[in-house]
Design a protein around this ligand. Structure first.
Ligand SMILES: [Zn+2]
Length: 386
């Protein structure tokens, strides 16, 4: 007694695998425009063949972004994904796309060409079974998520604001839970400048940039509070020229994660008010939060409740959780647009040599995504006003 959506997904199993194979075969490192454009074009070709309207947001400075759409008007559901990967050319020779031990292995499978393929099939299922009386689905597929979404952020925000809900096709949490919160991500560069001197002959004339940064690192420890989920990681440090020279310059890069907008603002203010600790030293601080936190707002909670209801119609259950990692869902949630993340593949090893997707979760999760979209386009799919 499977639903029409489930039946559609199951009878299009071969189409899904063919789409996954086609996208994974086109290697697409973020920094290679030609390559990432080739993968984006393949995505658009498949969307167009499925009857979707296609728009290209051309970028001279990065890979092009794609928006494909079907249906008309509101509610409008936005699916968000990316076709760029962290892998260099030739990686597919080292870790070939294979199906083995119930898993699909290969570069960019979990993160996230399988999710993009699932999004296409779920959208097809909704519009090719019983086309909804109202509303539309758009899929925004970007080319630069892995390097921080610099060229796509404005487009992501614009498309989100024109939508009623955002479903992010990034991988699920380990085992399958959806992501209802993500920490915000900040990065700061501290450059300390001191006075060089001979460490043996004139140590008193020097001001050590390294000593200055050492004090700053200790001061930053006060912000690092894992009990509230705030982490401050001095991840990269460099400075000095020779052991017998008092260091004139030193640099520190700090990664910061914060679960709420309030935490992010507090930590950001603390970085901006850092002052030199040593007499004669100078300190320059640049950076900030690149991705705001995705908080579990009322809109996010309502969207998750719809996912649970959709799962129930399929005899599935679904769980939720949070993560310290960011996605483009951080941008859309921070605008107040209900956002649910982790609706893509279930697997393990993003950015790692054992990257893979669990094959037995592929069709059930695609059916779940379809059922969620159908519910959001139906009268039952109401969300709190924003
Ligand atoms: Zn990634």
């Amino acid at each position: 007694m499977s639903s029409p959506l489930e039946t559609f997904v199951h009878t299009h199993d071969a189409w899904l695998h063919e789409t996954i194979d086609a996208l994974v075969a086109i290697e697409s490192p973020t920094d290679d425009k030609t390559a990432v454009d080739r993968c984006g074009a393949e995505f658009r070709r498949r969307a167009e063949a499925a009857g979707m309207r296609v728009r290209i947001e051309a970028r001279p400075d990065a890979g092009d972004h794609s928006v494909v759409e079907i249906g008309h008007g509101r509610p409008r559901i936005l699916l968000v994904g990316h076709v760029d990967t962290v892998w260099p050319h030739g990686q597919i020779a080292r870790m070939p796309l294979v199906r083995r031990d119930g898993k699909l292995w290969g570069p960019g499978t979990l993160d996230m060409k399988v999710g993009v393929s699932m999004g296409l099939l779920a959208t097809r299922a909704v519009f090719e079974t019983a086309a909804p009386a109202q509303g539309s689905v758009a899929m925004l597929v970007t080319s630069d998520e892995e390097t921080g979404s610099d060229t796509s952020r404005a487009l992501i925000e614009q498309e989100a604001l024109a939508s009623d809900a955002v479903l992010v096709l990034e991988p699920a949490l380990a085992g399958g839970p959806l992501k209802t919160s993500r920490k915000g991500i900040g990065q700061y560069l501290l450059v300390a400048t001191g006075v060089a001197a001979h460490a043996g002959v004139d140590p008193a004339k020097g001001v050590s940039a390294i000593r200055e940064l050492a004090r700053q690192i200790l001061a930053l420890e006060a912000l690092h509070d894992l009990t509230v989920g705030v982490s401050v990681n001095p991840g990269v440090i460099a400075g000095g020229t020779r052991p017998n020279v008092v260091a004139e310059e030193a640099r520190l890069i700090v990664d910061v994660r914060a679960p709420t907008l309030a935490d992010a603002a507090r930590v950001d203010a603390a970085f901006r008010t850092l002052r030199p600790a040593l007499p004669g030293a100078r300190l320059a601080v640049t950076g900030g939060f690149e991705r705001p936190p995705m908080e579990r707002s009322a809109g996010v909670a309502a969207l998750y409740a719809h996912a649970q209801a959709a799962a129930a119609t399929l005899g599935q259950t679904v769980e939720e959780g949070g993560t310290g990692g960011g996605s483009d869902g951080n941008f859309t949630a921070a605008l107040g647009v209900p956002t649910l993340d982790g609706l893509g593949a279930v697997g393990d090893g993003a950015h790692a040599l054992h990257e893979h997707v669990e094959l037995d979760r592929l069709l059930p999760r695609t059916a779940l995504l379809a059922a969620l979209i159908a519910r959001l386009l139906s009268p039952a799919g109401t969300l709190p006003p924003r």
